[in-house]
Design a protein around this ligand. Structure first.
Ligand SMILES: C[S@@+](CC[C@H](N)C(=O)[O-])C[C@H]1O[C@@H](n2cnc3c(N)ncnc32)[C@H](O)[C@@H]1O
Length: 403
């Protein structure tokens, strides 16, 4: 039987959720949205605006299509694969409203795992869902299989280090709900609002609080099993595929290498992995240091922190199953703390871990909603940070590097 849904889309459908509906209903809001997309795609991921003219794009999981419409207005032609019909209906309406329906080549109801096509595309998009799939390597390989010669794959993931603070939030919410006996989805959402909505309102978000909460901290699939990191993506990509760009930029350490010394994709991959590990503890907090820059770690130090983070997540995940009891959470955090060396480089990451520990330890005996709220408000450092949960990676299927 042909599968048209995934566990993620089944979850969305069960609660009627449009996880990332951007409001582009007014001209000024559309402009803001287009600027954000330009900032991501052109400034960070180096995919220039003129390149969309006439480009053939395959997008998996477009949702209600606001991202795509911005590129259609620049001349891109789209094929969509989306499991949820209520989202692709909305997408078609959005394209019609902006007078770009003729830029849609096809809309398929389906999923990446089973989609088949003989066509090859200039750019393949998969934003916001690949991490939730069971087989990450197979997903990356499938995405690449639809890109033509010189084609790109743009994918986003939930990075394990980048999403640490959000996962701490999920654990804290679980702990509060367990202690207060809040079981109904509406009660849990209300508790999430009370705790996290004030700081959410302060950040430059694109979707509403409820959508974020239902897609992340309340999403039963938002578990470490479904986090996805650069090493896994790189390992899954065939050897002749290069990492073209990323956000955060894992590749920025080598700009003093003379541009006439052409690098192989193998050395670019190695440089990307080193760049990823060299800043991995900083992904925990996302505090930018534009003037001085944050001190780098050696790749070996970053790898140790990544391994400790993996072990920490295993424990946190088990703790989550049992209401995120403080003792279990604190034990999980201890090993991660020890791995953040040298401590002088990891000051901010250590503060994140210490704040998380203080949060759970101060609510050991909490029995009221007010106690949970007041402890959360007291963690002024952790409370204001969001980490770097969604990383972007652009893979390039180019023949030139290997020659
Ligand atoms: C979090 S939303 C992201 C929407 C949009 N790409 C964005 O970034 O704003 C995830 C989207 O992926 C779709 N989706 C879920 N599982 C999928 C799968 N296995 N294959 C293709 N799309 C999927 C969902 O229905 C939803 O539209």
């Amino acid at each position: 039987m042909k599968t048209t849904g995934s566990r993620l889309s089944d979850y969305y459908k069960s609660i009627g959720l449009n996880p990332v509906g951007h409001d582009i209903s007014r001209e000024d809001r559309l402009t803001v949205h287009e600027r954000k997309r330009q900032n991501l795609l052109e400034h960070h991921l180096r995919l220039p605006r003129f390149g969309w003219r006439g480009a053939r794009v395959l997008e998996f999981g477009p949702g209600s299509g606001e991202n795509a419409v911005a590129l259609a207005r620049l001349g891109a032609r789209f094929t969509f694969v989306e499991p949820l019909d209520y989202l692709s209906d909305r997408l078609k309406t959005t394209f019609a409203e902006f007078g770009v329906s003729d830029r849609i080549e096809a809309v398929h109801q389906g999923v990446l795992e089973t989609f088949r096509s003989k066509e090859r595309y200039d750019v393949v998009f998969a934003e916001g869902f690949v991490h939730f799939l069971e087989d990450h390597a197979a997903a990356v390989k499938r995405l690449l299989s639809f890109a033509g010669d010189e084609g790109f794959v743009v994918l986003s993931d939930i990075d394990p280090a980048g999403t640490f603070i959000e996962f701490v939030k999920k654990c804290y919410l679980e702990r509060a709900c367990a202690a207060l006996g809040l079981r109904a989805p509406e009660q849990r959402l209300e508790m999430a609002r009370i705790l996290f909505a004030p700081e959410f309102a302060r950040i430059n978000h694109s979707r509403g609080f409820d959508s974020w909460a239902k897609d992340m901290v309340l999403n039963p699939l938002y578990r470490p099993r479904y986090f996805l990191d650069l090493p896994t993506i790189i390992a899954a990509a065939p050897e002749d595929v290069a990492l073209y760009s990323s956000w955060p930029n894992y590749l920025d350490a080598d700009d003093l290498i003379w541009h006439k010394n052409v690098r192989s994709e193998k050395s670019m991959r190695a440089a990307a992995l080193n760049g990823y590990y060299a800043r991995l503890p900083h992904f925990l907090h996302s505090v930018p240091h534009p003037e001085a820059g944050l001190p780098l770690f050696t790749p070996a130090q970053g790898r140790r922190a990544a391994a400790a983070l993996g072990a920490c997540y295993k424990r946190l995940d088990r703790a989550l199953e049992r209401g995120a009891a403080p003792a279990a959470v604190l034990e999980a955090l201890t090993g991660l703390r020890r791995s953040l060396v040298p401590a002088r480089n990891a000051k901010l990451a250590l503060r994140v871990v210490d704040d998380a520990a203080a949060l759970f330890s101060s609510t050991r005996n909490a029995k009221t909603s007010a106690a949970f709220v007041s402890a959360w408000k007291g963690r002024t450092f952790l409370r204001r940070l969001w980490g770097t949960p969604g990383h972007y990676v652009v893979l390039h299927k180019t023949r030139l590097y290997s020659r």
